[in-house]
Design a protein around this ligand. Sequence first.
Ligand code: SAM
Length: 515
Amino acid sequence: MSNLMSSTTSKIMLMATRDYCLTINSSATRVLTFHRRLTCSADATPRLVANPPDLVKWVRREGGFVHPSVRIAESGPYGLGLVASEEIPKGSELIALPEHIPLRFPLVDSDGGDESYSNLVNLARHVPVLNKWCKTGHVEHLAEELWAMKLGLKLLQERAKTGSFWWPYISNLPQTFTVPIFFPGDDIKNLQYAPLLYQVNKRCRFLLDFEKEVRSEVEDVKLVDHPFGGKDVDASSLGWAMSAVSSRAFRLSFQNRNHGDVRMMLPLIDMCNHSFNPNAEIIQEQGSGDPKMLVKACFFNSVVAGMNIKEHDHLTLNYGCLSNDLLLLDYGFVVPSNPYDCVELKYDGGLFDAASMAAGVSNPSFSSPALWQRQILSKLNLEGEQALLKVTLGGPEVVEGRLLAALRSLLASDAETVEKCDLGTLKSLDIESPLGLATETAALRTLIALCVIALSHFPTKIMEDESLLKQGVSTSTELALQFRIQKKSVLIDVMRDLTKRVKLLSSNESIVTQS
Ligand SMILES: C[S@@+](CC[C@H](N)C(=O)[O-])C[C@H]1O[C@@H](n2cnc3c(N)ncnc32)[C@H](O)[C@@H]1O
């Protein structure tokens, strides 16, 4: 990895003329490329300034608490992280932040009510609000990127402000992010996965449109009232801010203060890297303990109960049970063998008929379901005006319940057998053969064939991807390769799991026949 980083850095250094540069490549994929400054250090993740202020000292000076054995240290390919310099006893408080340290979008006119503040609020109003569910099921992702942009505006304002209270924090933020909006066009294509390409393009389009809106809003604003102190804000700087927020902000809820969920950046706590088996957690202080302390990162009792954090251990938080799509889009990394990763497919009668026939099922009825089957599809939200056609393979469920229920019902021979089962039963892979052995075998075989079809849509095989990885590639190519390897592995794991189940069914069948 360090070799890869240095080759990337030297290439970028030759090109670097300014902080950001926007490229729209010929294939109409809009891409934001980020050029590193010439001043960047040899560190794995260069920060905004070469020698930023000591974050631990700043938090302590501002009245926060940092456990004496907690240090910021290089964390290999993860960038910086928090490490225990000595054993930390179970149950210890690690970091506590007073209320004024987190960076959030101001809810009330707390910034003194000046014009630059109202101009910022005005800009935030241009971040579209989406509350309707769309057919493709992408609305959640869009909403996520939009909240990140709103808080990103505040971050950009503070980054531009001379003498900002948060400068010691902001100057410690990474100069670049490895999220795909900054990938070269070829590496976006290298992802080989349409749902992610769609999201990346959408984010780039949003940033380019938002750049225009921001520029037109601020063009006639006087310098003293300018939300960014007169500095030009383009799609790349908006992308930097959005990525800083999406990869570092936390969602905290303040029910007792009528604020609902609030996203905020938690200096120092956000130096914790991610693990699905974390050793730290965030605790919100609400009315107990020291009222000035808003959030604390604490030793995570429930996961490593009875164990201390050992010397040199990294402190980790769980960023959420996220697929590799979201981890890459928002955080710029991919987790190998991620138990929450899955592959999206579109529910499409023609494709399912083809898969079923390839699996040896005679006369499947996916493209022309009977009326009773259509009623089930409607209940599963796979038919009708508001239908959500995106279905998934992989993840904890292995096969999305709605997809499994649809396959079982559409491959069943009669309505009566299906009507005897409730939807919950039809959706569960753990409930074996609710509609009989023959239907179950046909459904599982169809799913295996679907996996084969989905795999054949990837232009390369895992072995080819792995040999490319060995050749030494740039960070973005490496991430794209890792991402597509993981997607193919999800399909292979699903096929393995389903093949085992089919074998079990046929052995059960032969026992029944023999007896
Ligand atoms: C909240 S920050 C953590 C601090 C960060 N490492 C730094 O250098 O500032 C999240 C970022 O850390 C990196 N990261 C965290 N956990 C990781 C993991 N498990 N694998 C790879 N990168 C990780 C990613 O770059 C991610 O966007």
